[in-house]
Design a protein around this ligand. Structure first.
Ligand SMILES: Cc1cc2nc3c(=O)[nH]c(=O)nc-3n(C[C@H](O)[C@H](O)[C@H](O)COP(=O)(O)OP(=O)(O)OC[C@H]3O[C@@H](n4cnc5c(N)ncnc54)[C@H](O)[C@@H]3O)c2cc1C
Length: 243
């Protein structure tokens, strides 16, 4: 079922992921199962009728019946993200429309292993894909390459640690672009061709590749992925902001 009309969701829970990223759990009266990777539109309406609208990816797995989770970064002076941080509370209503989005999706019917590459909050739809794969296709190989500024910016940190330990078919790799953690021996640079090629050895077959983040991030990573000989038709991208 596709629900594309607006509806009011109820905020069931709000939790901090980092000092400037929150997850908001919403209960939907007209819930439709999303496909991992999809997003919703959110619309705010002021008392004078002024409206503002933004899109937010669903981070939760499609198996969460009746619920969706958004994970939102506070953007300084951001119109809608600051509402999520400063105004919205448990029990409030939030107007949403979805699930939306087609090409940037994964379900177990898509054959072949998965390479997910995310920058910052770009991890959100990738996490929905990761969670769905763990539940629906435990044997499938998956690798997540996640670029963040510093240790404080790791979203879903505990869950990623757990997945790395418990899922033998997964590989999670972090790279820090600004401040590396004390005693960190892994990468502390922007994702480069060597890093991507290093990952291709892990896979038995060429992976379906999903890239999400800012527009600049997606452009530069897509270029590297193509250079690593992953065919263009196996690459899907989602751009959160920027030209
Ligand atoms: C399909 C899709 C899915 C998305 N999913 C998510 C998600 O899961 N989580 C999430 O946090 N965001 C997500 N976004 C981005 C989101 O829609 C908003 O753009 C973001 O929350 C900023 O909105 P705002 O109203 O707070 O800022 P605005 O008032 O729109 O912008 C304020 C200023 O910040 C700049 N800016 C806007 N976004 C960013 C940014 N991300 N980083 C730095 N500067 C920025 C603008 O250029 C502007 O100068 C998604 C976008 C798309 C298109």
């Amino acid at each position: 079922m596709v629900v594309t009309s607006w509806q009011f969701a109820i905020v069931e829970e709000i939790r901090f992921e980092t000092y400037r990223v929150k997850t908001v759990v919403l209960r939907l009266p007209k819930w439709a199962q999303h496909i991992a990777g999809q997003y919703y539109d959110v619309r705010l309406t002021a008392p004078d009728g002024y409206q503002a609208q933004r899109s937010y990816s669903v981070g939760s797995a499609p198996s969460k019946i009746g619920l969706i989770e958004f994970t939102i970064e506070l953007i300084p002076d951001g119109e809608i993200s600051s509402y999520f941080f400063e105004v919205l509370k448990v029990g409030d209503k939030l107007e949403v429309r979805g699930p939306l989005g087609g090409p940037f999706t994964w379900s177990k019917s898509v054959s072949g292993p998965l390479l997910l590459i995310g920058g910052g909050t770009g991890i959100v739809p990738l996490m929905s894909i990761f969670r769905d794969k763990v539940e629906s296709s435990p044997q499938l190989q998956i690798a997540l390459l996640y670029s963040i500024r510093s240790e404080q910016d790791i979203i879903f940190a505990d869950e990623l640690k757990l997945l790395n330990l418990l899922d033998a078919n997964s590989k999670i790799h972090l790279t820090f672009t600004r401040i590396k953690p004390v005693l960190w021996e892994g990468d502390s640079k922007r994702i480069d061709l060597e890093m991507i090629c290093g990952y291709l050895d892990f896979f038995q077959n060429t992976p379906n590749t999903y890239i999400c983040g800012s527009s600049n991030f997606v452009s530069s990573i897509s270029q590297l992925v193509i250079e690593s000989n992953i065919p263009r038709e196996m690459v899907r991208t989602e751009r959160f902001y920027g030209n």
